[in-house]
Design a protein around this ligand. Sequence first.
Ligand code: NIG
Ligand code: FE
Length: 415
Amino acid sequence: MSLIYNIGLLVGIQPEGVLRVDGPAQGRTGVLENAWLRIEDGRIAGFGEMERCPIGVGHDNVIPGHDDPSVIPGSDRESLDAQGGMLMPGFCDSHTHVVYAGSRDGEFLDKINGLSYEEIAARGGGILNSADLLHRTSEEELYRQSMARVQEMMDKGTVALEIKSGYGLNKADELKMLRVIRRIRETVPAAVKSTFLGAHAVGRGYTHEAYVQAVIDMLPEAEKWADFVDVFCDEGFFTVQDTERILRATSLTPKIHANELAVSGGVQVGVRMGALSVDHLERTTDAEISALKGSQTMPTMLPGSSFFLGLPYGRAKDFLKAGLGVALASDYNPGSSPCGDMRFVMAQGCIKMRLTPVEAFNAVSLNSAYAMGLSKEYGSITVGKRAALILTKPGWDLTKLAYQYQTPFIRQIFL
Ligand code: NIG
Ligand code: FE
C-alpha cells in the first residue's frame, strides 16, 4: 500500500455510483485542500484531510502524523510527500484513432493551401491514404508506431483510452488493426477499449453498397475483438440508412461519428440505436440537443479536430444549459487531429467552448470515462476506483491547468 500526503488540492472527488455528470452538476466537483490519499492494490483505499492523516507506524487510522515527519521515513509503508501539489484523476480519452501507419504530413500543405478535409478525401487522400499505408505496413511495425503514440499520451497523463479500427477498410486489414489494439491493451498499464470502425470510408475496390455489406460481413469476427462499433455517419461517407443497417447487424454497443461535416442525422440514429456516445457534433441544431435529452448517450466533442480543420467548435455550453453532460476527447488521428494531449483538449474546452475549468475537467475525466464504459473504474477520486492519478508540481489548480496550458505541470503519474 502507499500513501500520498501533503496534497495541496485533491480534485475530482465523487460519491460512489456517480457515473457521469450532467447539466449544472458538470460545473461541480468535490475538492479537499491539504489532503492525503491511500492506495491499496492499485485502487483508491481512502482519502481525507491532513489533520486526520493515517501515517501511523504499524497501526491504521491513528496518529496526527503530519506535524511529526519522523513517522514517515522508516514507516512500514511507502509514502510520498506531495509537497502541496494537486492530485487529480488521470485523463480519460474516449475517442482516438492512434493505431495508424506513418503520417499524413504530405496532405498538410494541401490543407494549408486551402483544401478542405472533404476535398483532400475526394482526391484519394485522407482516410484512404492511411489505409494504403497501413496495408503496406507489417503488423509488428504498426504495433511499434502505435505504441509510441500511446506512450506519448500516457506521458501526458492519459490513463484510459479508446482506440478505433477504420484504416483497414477490408477484412484482413481491419482485423490486423483490432489485433494491434488488443496487443496494446495487453501491454500498457492504461485501460484500453477497442472499437470496430469498419465503416470509416468505402474501401478501395468496393462500390458503396458492396462495402456496407462487406462491413456487415466483418461483424461476426470483429465482435470477438472489439468492445464497440462505430460508423462515420456524415456527408460523403455513410448515410443514416447505412448506419442503421450496420448497427442492426451487431450486438456491439455503438459509438457514432456524427455531425462533423454536416447536420447528418447521425445523432438521432445514434440515440435511437442506444449509442453510448455520439462524437464530433461540430454541426448541431437544437433538434440534436432535443434528441439527446433523456437518453443514455454521451455527447462527445473533439475540439482538436475543430482546431486542426478550422471547423466550428461544438456548442458545449448549450448542451449543458439543456441539462446534458458533455465529454471531450482528443480524436488523435493523422487527418484531423494529430495530437493526443488531453490537457490541451481541456484548455480548448475553456478557451474555445467557454466551459469553466471544472466543466472542462469533468469532460476529460468522468464523462469521457463514461463515454467508453469505464466510469465505474476511472474518472474520479472515489474509494474503490483505480488509482490512476496525476500528481502535479506544487501550486497548480484546475484553472491554472487550462489557463497556462503549455507549462509542464506533471510531477508523477500513478497507473
Ligand atoms: O474523427 N471523421 C472521421 N474520422 C476521423 C478522421 C480520420 C482521418 O482523417 O484519418 C475523425 O476526425
Ligand atoms: Fe474520430
